[in-house]
Write a protein that binds this ligand. Structure first.
Ligand code: ADP
Length: 175
């Protein structure tokens, strides 16, 4: 069986991630969505919340599973018996980072391929940080995330005195 791992922070999962995951599931026999437990960035959702949102978003795709991990991605991919690591490419700036990660991962595990899917035109503008900022400022995120994720974002930002400032890296939408 050809197994792939699609690793990421998924804080939270959005329609761009879902698009890449479902397309990868047509190419590979099994795809593990692997939620990285401790990235070097500030998170809004816990690991369990991020996992549960992914599970709900992809429940209709039988050959996609959702897991969490807290080790080197290539080590985890090996553990799962994966032949490929899947990533999504939106813009040129993604390419630089992904290319560096691909070369690094190849050095660490030469038997695992790094496969980048091009973002679909409809979702190329989406990023989790922009979506969090829109939600925090009360904007409409319909069509960007599944409805249960929109609901979870609303719940996070509707607490008394919580506008998420401490946990959401602002991009520019406030200006
Ligand atoms: P990271 O893993 O860099 O913290 P994410 O978890 O948000 O970032 O994203 C996981 C993967 O999904 C990355 O390869 C990222 O480039 C890709 N991705 C993010 N947003 C989109 C999108 N709108 N369309 C396609 N791929 C995307």
């Amino acid at each position: 069986m050809t197994i792939a791992v699609y690793p990421g922070t998924f804080d939270p999962v959005h329609n761009g991630h879902i698009d890449i995951a479902t397309r990868a599931a047509e190419v590979f026999e099994h795809v593990y969505m692997a939620v990285y437990d401790r990235p070097l960035k500030t998170l809004l959702f816990t690991t369990q919340e991020r996992k549960t949102m992914l599970e709900l978003a992809l429940k209709d795709v039988p050959n996609i599973g959702v897991t969490t991990y807290n080790q080197l991605t290539v080590a985890y991919a090996r553990q799962l018996g994966a032949k490929a690591i899947v990533r999504g490419l939106r813009v040129f700036s993604d390419f630089e980072l992904e290319f560096q990660m691909a070369l690094t991962n190849k050095k660490l595990a030469s038997e695992i391929e790094y496969v980048c899917f091009m973002a679909s035109q409809d979702y190329a503008f989406l990023s989790a940080s922009v979506i969090k900022e829109i939600a925090m400022l009360g904007g409409c995120i319909t069509g960007m995330v599944p409805s249960h994720v929109a609901e979870a974002l609303r719940a996070k930002f509707s607490g008394p005195g919580s506008d998420g400032e401490s946990r959401v890296g602002l991009v520019s939408l406030r200006d």
